[in-house]
Write a protein that binds this ligand. Structure first.
Ligand code: HEC
Length: 109
């Protein structure tokens, strides 16, 4: 089922001529962690937009490991003065696997 969704998203992305394939949103995780409370896809709001983040890190080989670590354990701010809250303040603990899914999705935007 996941594969079918991914394939559909890929087909849609190719169809609109996007330069890269956007992964399907892991909606349950995104809701559980309230990502969209502070982020939007394309407009900086309380936090950098996911497109800005993707633009900054997509081509950096070590970035996804760093971001997964940061999503789970926090780290210093890279965009401004406000660091991102830790998982326990966002809705619950985040597994390594879920952090990976979220980061891959953000970087695909
Ligand atoms: C309470 C507000 C808030 C929530 C909720 C939130 N973020 Fe953030 N996020 C921020 C802020 C503020 C920054 C900028 C921090 C910085 O300067 O590094 C940020 C930065 C990021 C970055 C870039 C980090 C870096 O080092 O450049 C990623 C990736 C990210 N968020 C993903 C997510 C995901 C995925 C979720 C849901 C699991 C989420 N955020 C939920 C506020 C939030």
């Amino acid at each position: 089922m996941m594969f079918v969704q991914a394939a559909a998203a890929l087909a849609a992305a190719l169809h609109t001529g996007a330069a890269h394939a956007q992964l399907p949103e892991p909606t349950e995780l995104v809701n559980q962690q309230h990502c969209m409370f502070c982020h939007t896809t394309d407009a900086p709001f309380l936090a950098p937009s996911f497109q800005q983040i993707a633009g900054r890190y997509r081509d950096k080989p070590d970035a996804s490991a760093m971001l997964e670590q940061k999503l789970r354990h926090g780290g210093k701010a890279h965009w401004g003065d406000m660091a991102m809250p830790l998982p326990k303040d966002r809705g619950g603990p985040l597994s390594a696997e879920d952090a990976h899914t979220l980061v891959q999705w953000v970087l695909s935007q």
